[in-house]
Structure formats: C-alpha cells, structure tokens
Design a protein around this ligand. Structure first.
Ligand SMILES: *Cc1c(COP(=O)(O)O)cnc(C)c1O
Length: 480
C-alpha cells in the first residue's frame, strides 16, 4: 500500500459513481461539482497511510496534518509549498488556535468543536478552503465562474463568507423568503462585496432546490454561465472534512487505539468523510450516524430499503433532509464500485420512489456504520442534561449526536461526537432547554447589527435566469 501512495500522488483521477462522465483531475473535479452524468466524483483509488504515518500526525499543527491528509488527493495540481500557504490562510480565519479543539465531557466522551470559523457552523471548515482553491484554479485559467446555491441556512452563510470579494467568482444564494432564521438571514444578507447576490425566493426551500436543479440540468445555461456548485456533493468539501477525523483520532491515541465517531447527519457529507478516513487507514471502531426525526438513513440500515418520506421541520434544521445526496458515494463503495448497479438503484429511486440494497451491500454498510434517530423531546432533554451535568451548552444539532452516542455503549473506546454548530446560532432552542439564551460571540454580533441587502424574486425559473444573466460577469467579462 505504501508503494501505491508513492507513485500515485501525481496521477490520482476522479471517477463518477454513474460511470459515464469522463475521469478528471483534482481541479476539474472540484470545478465541476456534480458530474455530467448526474453522478458524484470519487478518487479512483484510496490513498493509504501506514500506522507510523498516523502516529507522526499527533505532534503536528492542524494545517500540517491537513496538508499530509489532503496532498494525495490534490496531487501535482498544486505545489506542496503553495498548498500549505493556502491551507494556513484558510484556517487562520478560525478563532481557536487548535482550529477544531477537542473538549472532554466525561470519561472517554469527547466533543470535537467544528464551529470556530467565521459563520459558527462546521460548513466553514470545508468552505474556507474551497473558496481559496476555486479562486486559485480560476485565476490560473484566467477564467470566471458563477456559483449558484440554495440554502436553508448554514451552507449559504459559509459560502458567502468564503467567496465574498473574490474576483473570479460571482455568487448567487437562494433562500426561501421569510423561512430562514433571523440570525441565518443576517449572516448572508449583511455581506457587502459586489460579487455577492442574495435572492429571497417567494416559496419554500424545496422550491429553491428545484430552481437550482433546473438550472444545473439546463446544460446550455450551465456552460454559458460556467456554473459551479458548492454543496456537499463537491469532492473538495469531503476531502477537507476528512482532516479533522485524523487530527482528533491522533490526539486520542490512534493508531494504537481505535476511536469511535458520532456524527450529526443530514446530507451524509460529514459521515462520508469519516468513511474516507477509515479507508485511508485510520482505525475507526464505528461511525454512528445521528439523525433527527428525518430518519431515512436509520430505516435504510435497518431494512435495506432506502425510501424518502416527507421532511419534518425540527430544531436542528440543517439536518431536515430526506434525500441524503452523498449516500450515493457509499452505495458505490458497497456495490464494489459497480456503476451499472448504482445507475439501476438511482433509477429505481427516480421511478418508484425507493430502492432496496442486496444482502452483501447491506452487510458492507453495517460493518462500519450504526445509526440512531433522536426525537425533539430527546434533543431538548439532552441539551438540558448535558448543561446540568457538565456545564457545557450545546446546540440542537450537536445534541442529536450526543443523544445517539449515549445509546451506543463503547467499552473503553474514546467516543468523539462532532459539535457542528455554536449554540448562539440557535438561541431559541437552547434557551428553551436551559432557561438561558446563549451569549453571541462578537463576530456574530457585528453582523447582526449591519445593513441587509437582498432581492426578492417570485418562484419562477425565467425570472431567476434573467436576474443572474444581468449580473454574472462571466457573460460580460469572461476573463479575469
Ligand atoms: C450541514 C450540517 C449538518 C449535517 O451535515 P451533513 O454533511 O449534511 O450530513 C449538521 N449540523 C450542522 C450545524 C450543519 O450545518
């Protein structure tokens, strides 16, 4: 395996889960986002670390470990020296010197705080890097791109923060008018840069997603506007999230000691990053998928049947998802990388509203994953109990993870629950559980008072395209 690492660094290619899009290098896969055959990109082979490679990570800084973990994926597209500079700059925006610090809650119970970035949710970890890598790739090509995204809250804010002011990119973020929280809207609409365009759609989040899908499936517009996607189907985001699994496990004794991770889950991006870390040689005893009542993944692991239901609104809105896009990547792995099989399952899903995994595929999933669904009462109760027992105040997404972790006895194995958002982002839910509204950090408070800027559009594809066409610089000044 070590031999494979040495000579593949410059040649790692990315293949689509659906098998017919061309294999691409790192930068092209990053700029494409979704593959043109509708699939998701994955590395053609998993780079692998030896136990001594992992042991050596325990004394390094976050940026140093990040470079070691990501270099095999980036390959020759960027020199090591330049890559280190980009990674350092991305994580210098975090307010904690450890970037993603571990907090001990009790014996063998840990929280991995991923929310010290500019928008106080874990999306910043990947987005701060993606913004810089995309901008660099476009500037070298003297090209421009147009990012269009839809958000129910956290993704939009993190993307705007990462792309604001970048000359190579215009960013348009759709949110459902009047249906995101006050904090979430202000985090997006107070951006001052000219390349940021907030659009409030008169409709629901599903309407926003449908508009976005229509735009990406309109291949003529996709090419003309040079559209790029930044949601978690983008491989570069998964790659960046793989890093903190290594950083935290090495700090807790890996490779000598296996570690368990419990991951608050929506679109399956974060759990999939954990799976990647285990494929790269990190000893992960189990990955626990923690969901709120939108429990499609729990049901799938139980029965083998993947069947989206209706989305239920909860206190952890970033996990109110029924179709977990990144699950397709794991299915591809479970099916022995058989893209014909993936296409068949996806067409079952499109045609009949569900698909069923084979016994082999299901036992593959169960060999590394467990899953727990947590209802609203348990979320509130967990926030309250953890605060009372330990003094630690967590947000509702993190509480879903902690409640799930408590249900899976670990017998001497360190359990790390990912803390995905700062409690101040969800003051109402946290206040209701503890009786005290959490204090907002100063970087959030500044935003909350600033002037807002956004346009309101009706839920109409033609209106959206006209709005973007009038503002996307790629149409008027295609080169940077
Ligand atoms: C996006 C998000 C999640 C879910 O992560 P996925 O990668 O979509 O599974 C969990 N918690 C918070 C706070 C988020 O913003």
């Amino acid at each position: 395996m070590a031999v494979q690492m040495q000579n593949q660094a410059s040649e790692l290619r990315y293949v689509s889960t659906r098998g017919t899009a061309p294999a691409l290098g790192f930068e092209d896969a990053m700029l494409a986002g979704l593959a043109r055959d509708g699939g998701l990109y994955l590395p053609a082979a998993w780079p692998r670390f030896t136990p001594s490679d992992i042991k050596a990570m325990s004394g390094l800084s976050y940026a140093q470990t990040a470079c070691r973990v990501m270099e095999p994926f980036v390959g020759a597209d960027i020199s090591q020296k330049e890559f280190f500079g980009i990674v350092e700059a991305a994580y210098a925006t975090f307010s904690h010197e450890a970037v993603t610090p571990l907090v001990e809650l009790g014996p063998d119970q840990w929280l991995l705080e991923l929310f010290h970035g500019p928008t106080l949710a874990f999306k910043d970890v990947a987005m701060q890097l993606l913004g810089r890598l995309m901008d660099r790739a476009l500037r070298l090509r003297k090209a421009r791109a147009t990012i269009v995204g839809a958000t129910s809250g956290d993704t939009g804010a993190a993307a705007i923060e990462a792309f604001a002011g970048r000359g190579s990119i215009d960013i348009f973020i759709l949110h459902p008018h009047g249906r995101v929280s006050d904090v979430q809207r202000r985090q997006m609409t107070t951006a001052r840069a000219d390349n940021v365009h907030n659009i409030a759609i008169q409709g629901t989040f599903d309407d926003c997603q449908a508009l976005l899908k229509a735009l990406f499936n309109d291949h003529e517009q996709r090419d003309r506007l040079s559209l790029a996607g930044v949601n978690s189907i983008n491989w570069a985001r998964i790659m960046a999230q793989t890093v903190y699994y290594f950083v935290s496990a090495a700090a807790l004794g890996a490779p000598g000691r296996p570690v368990r991770f419990c991951v608050p889950t929506g679109n399956f991006g974060d759990v999939f990053a954990g799976y990647v870390a285990s494929r790269m040689g990190l000893p992960i005893d189990r990955l626990v998928i923690a969901t709120n009542v939108n429990d499609i993944l729990v049901r799938t692991l139980k029965s083998g049947r993947y069947e989206p239901g209706a989305v239920v609104a909860t206190s952890s809105p970033s996990m109110d998802i029924q179709v977990s896009s990144n699950f397709e990547r794991l299915i591809f792995e479970a099916a022995g990388r058989d893209s014909v099989r993936v296409c068949q399952l996806m067409s079952d899903l499109a045609g009949h509203g569900s698909f069923t995994l084979s016994e082999n595929e299901l036992s593959f999933l169960r060999s590394t994953l467990a899953a727990e669904a947590v209802d609203e009462e348990q979320v509130e109760c967990t926030i309250r109990e953890v605060a009372r027992e330990t003094g630690y105040v967590c947000d509702p997404h993190t509480a879903v993870g902690l409640a799930a972790a408590r249900r899976q006895p670990a017998e001497g194995i360190p359990v790390v629950t990912l803390a995905t958002a700062h409690p101040a982002k969800f003051p109402d839910a946290v206040g209701a559980a503890t009786g005290k509204r959490p204090h907002a950090p100063s970087r959030l408070e500044e935003k909350l008072g600033a002037d807002e800027r956004f346009d309101i559009l009706e839920n109409d594809y033609g209106a959206l395209v006209a709005f973007i066409e009038a503002r996307a610089r790629v149409l008027t000044e295609p080169g940077t």
